[in-house]
Design a protein around this ligand. Structure first.
Ligand SMILES: *Cc1c(COP(=O)(O)O)cnc(C)c1O
Length: 428
């Protein structure tokens, strides 16, 4: 396959956009080559500017769980747009989507909508600090919570890929309030709590990590975190920007039956429009302005087009329970197929998977935290990535990313993908 027109477009973009992209991982720096410019997308497929069709295993990093240009979402946006695109005033639609989200997700009474996952996580820790009257937070190496200052301390994916885990521009003052922990290591957390008595407002975690590949929590790990938080008056924040409305209707809280104190959302909740949200029980959410003292606001928050898209998406997921079962079956089928062909081709690998999130690591030892994820053979990944691209398959352009499956994928697509992986991996 040729990607000539994309290369030309990238050269033009580089003149007027830093690095040619509006979000770093899109630039292909981790895999080499130039990014593909998309013209349109439908169902499980991307159509690029060169006229190629690619099977999409990223799906806009998660949101397109029911496929690209999903008709109920597209129609909702078109109809809403005709009625005006932004008011900066309340709409009934906001209450409708809030009520549905509160019904679908366990353990939350109120939810506030923002414009991105970054904003949701940033607001969640401000709320946690205001509510607990404590300053420090704990985050995990390799977990990504958006690009706000407090979180750019060993964040996963983009930040890791570029070797700037601590971005210049984040002050030492900010960084000192973020304590770094190791994923899946409870002892590490109890030590940090011990060493910072009555100073920790919140622990924020991706309850199934998705920004260092897919890393499930060890058995009992989230339960252990829950207990440590409860015992020490620390709020447990589940960053479900990736996992929310993807691993189950109610996200990881439902999947593993664990209660978080604050939950953040993004990606699926916006149906492909810029939406984030954070939610908690009433006593915590009532701490937010205008009811409470913690300030948080947004000119375009609750935007009618974004809310219409999100509502159409959540309705579809709420009405058809079988979606999550189908996604599980399709992803399990893909996993089995990949295991078979990689084994047959004598490639050393680890595959991690939870529901429709899956990652392939080119290293045979278990991947349970950032350190073990970093052991993967990056050169092999680059070859794998470009090999698949030639076969018309698009996976994330970084070894630290999870694949997100869409229900629009057919078993034919999956078989085609497994065959392509067989072909590519025989050359690794
Ligand atoms: C994508 C992501 C974010 C950031 O969301 P944006 O909409 O990109 O700002 C935060 N947390 C997690 C777990 C994510 O995957």
């Amino acid at each position: 396959m040729l990607y000539q027109r994309s290369s030309q477009l990238f050269a033009e973009a580089e003149k007027v956009i830093p690095g040619g992209v509006n979000s770093p991982v899109r630039a292909f720096k981790a895999v080499g080559g130039t990014p593909i410019f998309v013209k349109s997308a439908q169902g499980a497929y991307l159509y690029d500017e060169d006229g190629n069709r690619l099977i999409d295993y990223i799906n806009s990093w998660g949101p397109m769980i029911l496929g690209h240009a999903y008709p109920p979402v597209v129609n909702a946006v078109i109809e809403k747009a005709k009625l005006g695109t932004s008011f900066g005033m309340p709409t009934a639609l906001e209450t409708e989507i809030a009520a549905l989200a509160v019904k679908m997700v366990p353990n939350i009474d109120k939810i506030r909508f923002v414009n991105s996952g970054t904003e949701a996580c940033m607001s969640a820790i401000r709320l946690a600090r205001g509510y607990t009257k404590k300053d420090k937070i704990i985050k995990f190496a390799g977990c990504y919570h958006g690009h706000s200052d407090s979180f750019l301390i060993q964040a996963g994916s983009g930040a890791v890929t570029f070797g700037t885990p601590n971005s210049p521009g984040v002050t030492a003052g900010t960084a000192k309030d973020t304590l770094l922990a190791r994923y899946n290591d409870l002892k590490n957390i109890s030590d940090l709590i011990e060493g910072n008595q009555n100073e920790i407002a919140a622990i924020i975690i991706e309850p199934v990590a998705g920004n260092m590949g897919c890393i499930p929590p060890n058995k009992g790990y989230l339960e252990g975190l829950r207990k440590l938080c409860t015992d020490n008056d620390i709020l447990l924040i589940f960053d479900e920007v990736m996992t929310g409305f993807r691993l189950a209707k109610g996200g990881v809280q439902e999947l593993f039956n664990i209660k978080a104190d604050i939950v953040t959302f993004g990606k699926v909740i916006g149906g492909g429009l810029p939406v984030g949200a954070f939610a908690a029980r009433a006593e915590i959410m009532n701490y937010l302005a205008p009811l409470g003292p913690v300030y948080q606001a947004g000119t375009l928050s609750g935007n009618p087009l974004a809310m219409a898209a999100g509502l159409a998406m959540l309705k579809a997921l709420n009405e058809d329970e079988s979606i999550f079962k189908r996604l599980e079956e399709k992803t399990a089928y893909l996993e089995t197929g990949i295991r078979k062909v990689l084994t047959a081709n004598n490639v050393l690998f680890t595959i991690n998977r939870v529901g429709s999130m899956i990652s392939v690591h080119f290293d045979a030892t278990p991947v349970t935290d950032f350190q073990s994820a970093a052991r993967g053979d990056n050169e092999k990944f680059k070859k794998f990535f470009h090999g698949l691209l030639q076969e018309g398959i698009y996976i994330a352009p970084s070894a630290y990313e999870t694949w997100f499956l869409t229900d629009a994928l057919t078993y034919e697509d999956l078989d085609f993908t497994i065959d392509a992986i067989d072909k590519v991996s025989s050359t690794l």
